[in-house]
Design a protein around this ligand. Structure first.
Ligand code: ADP
Ligand code: MG
Length: 634
């Protein structure tokens, strides 16, 4: 059998798996059930699509979201894979046609809505078909504890039991709570599944909170940064959606809107406009987003604080599914708390609840609102706050949220490092941390005098930073391996092989430190550098050849329009970026680009090569590409 990584390259054009994918795929290929719990954008689809292509028979993908099925099938077809979907968006005629093709064995992957599974028409196909694998996407829908319980998901088990041979089963979700997990295992009757949970951290997302007096002004200034890029603006009420939408429309933005007060048709159209890049910005209530798989959303702005962290993380998480950098900004004002409070107090959604139960629900909601509000107030790392809320451990500093960038600074600590190492060396590596620190600070303690450390030439040389900071630097040297501590109970500080990089070779050493009130003068330059980096945020996809990049984008967008597929289905921005950098002009070179697989090459490769060649001719010498990447063959 060919390897999964070759299938990945051949059909999807990717060079390597992401965290968790390979483990799940390998288990499936060994016919073991799997349960993948990975955050939005982690790449769950590939975990079932790759094995689907490797199994002898058919794969059924059960998914609750009609729009998502359509997009995924379109993407698979573009990749040269035979796939179809069976759901209520098809007319009776189309449905039976598709079933007929399915019976004739035309499709390798079939997406099906759960409510179809036990219908006579579907069973007439399924009972006779060779079904190798059933993959259940958004599997939290089986659980009443989840946010999106769907009774039709309970039919899945009965369906599987009726099949002549039990296929291997895969379950996938981004919802991690224990109650939901247990429900999935129990209700779907997974057999000794391989469970893979990847962390919930989304490193490519930068988080920030802005307390805004004038939100409209703040919004405009934010949008200046995102020219030509896709983004979502979430508002708390329909009325605000209308307001913000009008405002942006009048200012000439390419914008659409979405909320539950609009009719189905208009909503569908607007959603498509956004996915197909006809509208750049979507202004919406939280009704928008379920099943929006658009991978190149570069920003999600919350015009209001949502009601809890669960909602926030889910909505903000719609940014950057493609793994490229993206921003999540929350505009906070005290009024948001009152509005949410009002919704909680007047929530009569669930009529089955008794008065007492209702009180309990409200109390929980208020508690969650409080935690959400703390998020807007905290001066700690926002990512750490969020991850801890979801029960994960997290370091205090992420370097990619508004608090970290505000409260921490990158400091050149080389000078101090050299003094510390020098002091230790001169005292012949005999003492522990306390003695060294006291020596450097020039302590007059009896111990220091007894050890004659007051005669050390580094005695009293570090006085311009606090003791606490000095200690942090020593710890940093330990973690970075420039120093070591003996583990014989005395914890004596000793130099390491790396120490000479600092002392002799004169390397510079930077360290992230909480801001001190009085920063030493030498740190100013670094601060300025940091601020500059922040304002550029260094997150845009930047091409060395912007002109070529824009040409490739234009061709991509035009191609997508004629093919009636979203732009990213043709090629992602990352793929175009690589093309503009490496400038491939042969089939081989083209196939080495991330996201260019065989089927795509056959369809579009030559057109894109033509654009690159033309650019090269026009620009001659300056259009030099770096040496092409190692070619991957299969
Ligand atoms: P999920 O269902 O987990 O939210 P998706 O399956 O929709 O995520 O994948 C999100 C994006 O990541 C898609 O655009 C997909 O093509 C991309 N992706 C997935 N796996 C890889 C990979 N190994 N290398 C590069 N991109 C990947
Ligand atoms: Mg998914």
């Amino acid at each position: 059998m060919i390897e999964a990584s070759l299938v990945l390259k051949k059909y999807f054009g990717y060079d390597s798996f992401r965290e968790g994918q390979e483990e799940l795929i390998n288990a499936l290929l060994e016919r073991q059930d799997v349960f993948g719990i990975m955050p939005t954008g982690a790449g769950k689809s590939l975990c079932y699509q790759v094995p689907a292509l490797m199994f002898p028979g058919i794969t059924l993908v059960i998914s609750p979201l009609i729009s998502l099925m359509k997009d995924q099938v379109a993407a698979l077809n573009q990749a040269g894979i035979y796939a179809a979907y069976l759901n209520s968006s098809l007319t009776q005629g189309q449905y039976f046609k598709a079933l007929e093709f399915a019976k004739a064995g035309k499709y390798k992957i079939i997406y099906v809505a759960p409510e179809r599974l036990l219908t006579d028409s579907f069973l007439s196909f399924a009972l006779k078909a060779d079904i190798s694998f059933v993959s259940v996407d958004e599997v939290h829908c089986v659980s009443q504890w989840g946010q999106d319980f769907r009774p039709s998901y309970l039919k899945i088990v009965e369906f599987i039991q009726r099949l002549p041979k039990r296929p291997v089963i895969g379950a996938f979700t981004a919802t991690a709570t224990q109650a939901v997990r247990e429900d999935v295992m129990r209700i779907l009757q997974l057999q000794n599944p391989k469970v893979v949970t990847t962390g919930f951290d989304r490193k490519n997302l930068s988080f920030s909170v802005k307390t805004a007096k004038d939100k409209k002004k703040e919004l405009f200034s934010l949008l200046q940064e995102y020219k030509g890029e896709s983004g979502i603006i979430y508002c708390i009420t329909r009325k605000l959606v209308e307001e913000v939408y009008e405002l942006l429309l009048n200012k000439g933005f390419s914008v659409s809107k979405y909320h539950a007060g609009m009719d189905d048709q208009e909503r569908m159209k607007n959603q498509d406009d956004f996915i197909y890049d006809k509208a750049q910005i979507m202004v919406a209530t939280n009704a928008f987003g379920m099943g929006i798989d658009k991978p190149d959303v570069r920003f999600v702005i919350h015009y209001n604080m949502p009601k809890n962290m669960e909602s926030y993380y889910q909505e903000a998480g719609r940014a950057g599914r493609d793994g490229e950098n993206a921003d999540c900004v929350l505009l906070y004002s005290a009024q948001d708390v009152h509005t949410n409070q009002f919704f909680i107090d007047n929530n009569r959604d669930n009529e089955e609840l008794s008065e007492v139960e209702l009180e309990e629900v409200m109390a929980k909601d208020r508690e969650r609102l409080k935690k959400m509000t703390y998020y807007c107030y905290t001066s700690d790392c926002l990512r750490a706050y969020m991850l801890r809320y979801f029960g994960e451990q997290a370091p205090d500093y992420c370097g990619n949220c508004s608090n970290c960038l505000k409260n921490y600074e990158e400091v050149d600590v080389s000078k101090y490092a050299r003094i510390i190492l020098g002091c230790i060396e001169e005292s012949r590596e005999r003492y522990g941390m306390t003695v060294i620190l006291e020596t450097l600070r020039g302590s007059k303690s009896e111990k220091i005098e007894r050890y004659r450390m007051n005669e050390n030439s580094y005695y009293g040389t570090i006085w311009d930073i606090s003791m606490e900071r000095l200690r942090q630097i020593v710890r940093f040297l330990l973690t970075k391996g420039y120093l070591m501590q003996t583990d014989d109970g005395y914890a004596v500080l000793k130099l390491t092989e790396s120490s000479y990089h600092l002392t002799v070779k004169g390397e510079t050493l930077f360290m992230k430190l909480p801001k001190e009130k009085m920063a030493a003068p030498s740190q100013e330059g670094t601060m300025r550098k940091l601020e500059k980096a922040q304002s550029g945020r260094g997150r845009r996809l930047m091409s060395e050849h912007p002109e070529l990049y824009e040409k490739l984008r234009a061709l991509r967008n035009e191609t997508a329009r004629t093919m009636h597929v979203p732009a990213y289905v043709v090629f992602t921005d990352r793929t175009l970026l690589e093309m503009s950098g490496y400038m491939p002009v042969t089939r081989e070179e083209m196939l080495a680009i991330t996201g260019v697989a065989q089927a795509k090459y056959e369809k579009y490769g030559e057109q894109f090569i033509a654009v690159i060649q033309k650019y090269k001719q026009e620009h001659g010498e300056e259009a030099q590409a770096p040496i092409a990447r190692a070619k991957i063959r299969f």
